[in-house]
Design a binder for this molecule. Sequence first.
Ligand code: LLP
Length: 419
Amino acid sequence: MDFFNRRDGELYAEEVPVSRIVAQYDSPCYIYSRATLERHFRAYDQALGDLPHRICYAVKANGNLAVLNVLARLGAGFDIVSGGELERVIRAGGDPGNTVFSGVGKQRWELERALEAGVYCFNVESEAELELLNTVAGEQGRRAPVSLRVNPDVDAGTHPYISTGLRDNKFGIDINRARDVYGHAASLAHLDIIGVDCHIGSQLTETEPFLDALERVLVLVDSLAEDGITLHHLDMGGGLGVPYRDETPPSPQAYGEALRERLGARNLELILEPGRSIAANAGIMVTRVQSLKPGEARSFAIVDAAMNDLIRPSLYDAWQGIESVVDNSLAETAVYDVVGPVCETGDFLGKDRELAIQPGDLLAVRSAGAYGFVMSSNYNARNRPPEILVDGDHVYLARRRETLEEQMAPELPLPELDS
Ligand code: LLP
């Protein structure tokens, strides 16, 4: 459930008409709803109830400082995958001590900084990383808290680009080898083994793959206990899907209950790393129709946002809802491909959409709060759009629109050359 609703033929972000926000900040722009972010976070927190747990929001889904700050104020933990995400969490008032550090290719400087900052746990993905972390911790005279990310070899049944728990994927340590690797980790002087984690993929619409993975991880937990390695937590990663169209993913409540049931009376803290299910439906991207191009085969609505602003449709063939911000009773309904100005056929936001629109009208692309702005680029030398956070009837600018000056600032023209 989200707080983008229609009233009198017009889309509102909480208490504010979307058209009013665009009148101030222009299009394209991203708009986020604080109440929706909070509702989604609390749904997880409540679902796990009195089971010891941490909800570590996956910063990669939407790392805007205002968004992170909203979650930090609720006591959220964070899941980061880079030194940059760590600095964002700290800048936004998040607690590094409640932050887990995931990622397949952590660099030395990132490990150093995260150790200094005191992250709660390093989710280690390989033996090489284990050695490097042990060395870095030794140099700092610290002990690094670690969990091994195991690859449980389950099929998440999602898009191949965002499926991560199969043996063929680059992620984690093969669960069949994990017991040995834990044994080795236990022999390293500067590491504290505190947990185990897995993340099998994103946009899962069923609970079964999670439960299959959990079952396999619990077998590992038990065999480690036999080896004298007692874990404090189990981290199931993120991945719960959202309804973009007609998907019916389990609610955080149902998912949480299923996990609790399987965990039984084990003395393990449960960590979850949800990203999409907190942020996706807490955001929209608004774009203006530039022109309509009717054709025999297809008709196009050419809008002012493009694949550089929101790449999910182009990259994953993802479907996201598109609707008029204000009903236009003068326009005839027709079927359009909603496309941007970028010079690629793959530059579309939606295909075969029934819309009653005229040039100048605003369209809202729904479910754009996760993997939206964070995946934007300057392709075609386009400035990245602003991000706006709505809280009740308050509108906050959370990131202003980039300028051409800022876009080109890091670039250096060649010095004058003698010919
Ligand atoms: N934890 C780890 C270790 C992850 O790799 C991810 C996402 C998450 C948590 C959060 O997963 P979520 O709850 O958001 O599903 N750009 C793609 C999604 C990539 C997901 C990558 N990993 C998209 O737009 O669909």
